[in-house]
Ligand binder design. Sequence first.
Ligand code: AP5
Length: 231
Amino acid sequence: MQENAHVVILLGPPGAGKGTQSVRLSAALGIPAISTGEMLRSESQSGSPLGRSVQSLVANGKLVGDRIMNELVSRRLRQADCARGCILDGYPRTVAQGRFLDALLKNLGAASPHIFDFIVSVQDVVSRLGGRRYCPVCGQTYSNEILTCGRDGSALIQRADDNPSVISERLRVYRRNIGEIVGFYRARNYHPIQAAKEPDVVLRDLLRLLDADVIHRPGGADDRFLSSAFA
Ligand code: AP5
């Protein structure tokens, strides 16, 4: 990672739109979107020893252990495409992961992260996840009523953890951890985001707050990160 690389953290319940916005932010800012859930699902799909060891935890909505998650993220953030920073979708999820990430970013020379906490109602979560489908080939996510992938024509499928009982377990796990993790970040570049708005509006809010964070940080504006530079 380059000195002062920017790392954006997206917190929020299942179905809040973290994945949707991380892809959009990635396109707007030119840094990679890293989804720890996606990393775990592709390990499971590949049948690797790691994938086999986490498959049942992920399918049942339980958290994978901090040691495994920290190792995965540490390896990923050292890759060349993260030189200018990255967007973290779904990590950290515990204070232990947050502490590990702080030490890692310090070690890599990155700036202090920007944290966005997606706020959305339980009703929205349940209805969004009930309707979510994804392409098993390219990973693109879709909402209700779309049956085939617009990119490659593959038949869309439902995630193994998008069924009502696992959704309620994921929400329970989220509620158990979110207070502590927000407490950990609240005094920093932390911003609650109203995520029940249209996706384009949520993206605009994120970019506006990101601009403000960057302009007000010691050293001032950084043109690489002003969203106007990407308009
Ligand atoms: P992960 O894949 O991270 O799942 P999650 O946090 O439950 O989040 P989702 O991917 O379900 O939702 P999202 O917020 O990304 O919403 P999306 O944009 O898709 O993790 C899965 C599992 O992996 C965990 O349960 C755990 O087991 C394990 N894991 C992962 N990270 C871990 C970690 N750090 N530590 C330990 N374990 C870990 O949107 C949802 C739907 O809504 C879509 O259909 C979308 O099109 C639609 N939508 C999005 N935005 C809007 C909008 N503004 N308006 C209307 N619809 C919208």
